[in-house]
Design a protein around this ligand. Structure first.
Ligand code: HEM
Length: 456
């Protein structure tokens, strides 16, 4: 099959060459591209009225649309990779590097607003009346970016009036064909949903172990710590203990602080109790589900636990890429929010607090979207539930080995009692030119597809 594909490709190259090969402007469709900037103020109907800055206004918007197109190209490919279960281990590298590209585009998108800001509010007024009721609000590609990332229809700010007094849905401002495309994107699995499913498949949530973690590093109270050596290592139980210890230490530090008076101690302990309650909303599955139903959390409990595991133990080799993946999602959400704020500020200086050409409350509407239209809020909130490294339950040596790269170790060498990672690294691939392929250090099924999260 591959031979056939190669053959066809070679023939295609020959055909292209026989026709003289590619030519810059034909390949890039430059004439077509350059014919697409048509200012309304240049119309023959209003001779000598061309607004100089309308050209900039058009080019800047068109450039954004091209960047949106590239972003969608990357987001779609990441969604496709994540849709294949089990996912190929190599897929996660592609996901991370493509999302990094989206992030770089977003940085340019924020920066690019300064070019438009060289247009003054007065210069804008020279052609603004010609634009009604068109608005960036009608950018179909922007809506696709939002939906494919995972913005929920129920999260959206609405504006305009309806019989029931609720604002009109955003699709009602679009042409029918655009509205259909956008509505379809609401129904296909978003990046948020695919990431959630990928997190839920994370191995290592429960790991069977032959070894106990070192006694001094462990919390004392849990059942898990006193279980038999062959029992599964439940990191979540250990984590709960670590949280208890941390809060206990906070509590004690206030009690023993000679500088605090009784009232201050009481108030500080109240804070600790509130923090404990807050932690419980995540540690306790039922409370978590209740918060989810109230719309305070979006990720499933299992996915959130996995995201915590990846974040807490992100230095372990096998978790490094998943961690970068989660960080990239945070970056994308953050840059999108930054763009929303920057765009809102630009709008404020251009039109003050006038209504937008699309009919919204302009600046106020846009500021509200910056606050409300966040997608990966759960990943941001994760930091609330981190505990310092020194309090983290230490991993049993064999679990640690499974979370490490095992360079040059054959699978039959590895077992659940395989040596710790330092010993593996002595058998690194002999060729300095070839990057050694990391092998899972265990034959345990949970480690077979560590990045792809193939096992459930
Ligand atoms: C002079 C420059 C601009 C002004 C005054 C402006 C104004 C506005 C206003 C008032 C809105 C709210 C909807 C409405 O009532 O019209 C809006 C939305 C929007 N604009 Fe702009 N805009 C400008 C430039 C841009 C640029 C360069 C882009 C790049 C594509 C853009 C993209 C958008 C998008 C995507 C929305 C929808 C935001 C949302 O609903 O969350 N705008 N704009």
């Amino acid at each position: 099959m591959e031979d056939n594909d190669d053959k066809r490709r070679n023939e295609y190259v020959q055909t292209l060459r026989s026709k003289g090969g590619a030519y810059y402007s034909s390949y890039l469709k430059i004439p077509e591209l350059l014919s697409l900037q048509q200012p309304l103020s240049r119309s023959e109907a209003i001779p000598n009225q061309e607004a100089h800055d309308e050209m900039l206004f058009i080019i800047v918007h068109q450039t954004y649309e091209l960047w949106f197109k590239q972003m969608l190209h990357e987001i779609d490919s990441v969604r496709e990779i994540l849709s294949n279960v089990p996912m190929d281990d190599r897929g996660i590298v592609k996901c991370v590097s493509r999302l990094q590209r989206v992030i770089e585009i977003q940085k340019v998108m924020v920066q690019q607003l300064t070019i438009l800001e060289t247009m003054s509010a007065m210069d804008f007024l020279a052609f603004r009346d010609l634009l009604f009721p068109a608005s960036g609000f009608q950018s179909m590609q922007f809506r696709l970016v939002e939906n494919k990332l995972g913005l929920l229809p129920s999260q959206r700010m609405t504006y305009g009036s309806t019989a029931g007094g609720v604002g009109r849905g955003y699709c009602s401002y679009l042409r029918e064909s655009d509205a259909e495309t956008v509505t379809a994107s609401e129904k296909s699995p978003s990046l948020f949903e695919l990431v959630e499913a990928w997190l839920e498949r994370t191995p290592f949530m429960v790991v069977s172990t032959d070894q106990k973690p070192s006694e001094e590093s462990l919390p004392t109270s849990s059942e898990a710590t006193s279980s038999s050596p062959a029992a599964p290592w439940l990191w979540w139980t250990h984590f709960q203990d670590a949280v208890s210890r941390m809060l206990q230490m906070d509590d004690e530090s206030f009690l023993s602080n000679p500088r605090l008076n009784e009232a201050e101690i009481a108030s500080a302990r109240k804070e600790v109790a509130a923090t404990r309650e807050h932690f419980m909303s995540v540690l306790d599955a039922e409370k978590y589900e209740a918060a989810r139903k109230r719309g305070e959390r979006r990720l499933s409990h299992g996915a959130m636990q996995a995201a915590l595991l990846i974040t807490l133990y992100h230095e372990e080799p096998i978790l490094q890429l998943p961690f970068l993946f989660l960080q990239a999602l945070l970056d994308i959400d953050e840059h999108l929010t930054t763009w929303r704020y920057r765009h809102a500020l630009m709008v404020h200086r251009m039109i003050g607090i006038k209504l937008g050409t699309g009919g919204s409350a302009g600046y106020y509407y846009l500021r509200a979207t910056a606050d409300r239209h966040k997608i990966f809020g759960d990943l941001f909130n994760l930091s609330t539930f981190l505990v310092p490294h020194r309090l983290l339950p230490s991993l049993p040596a064999d679990v640690r080995a499974r979370l490490s790269f095992a360079f040059g170790v054959s699978t039959n060498q590895s077992s659940s009692s395989s040596p710790p990672p330092q010993q593996h690294s002595t058998t690194i691939s002999s060729s300095p030119l070839l990057p050694p392929h990391p092998l899972p250090a265990s034959s345990d099924s949970s480690a077979k597809c560590p990045f792809g999260h193939g096992s459930s």
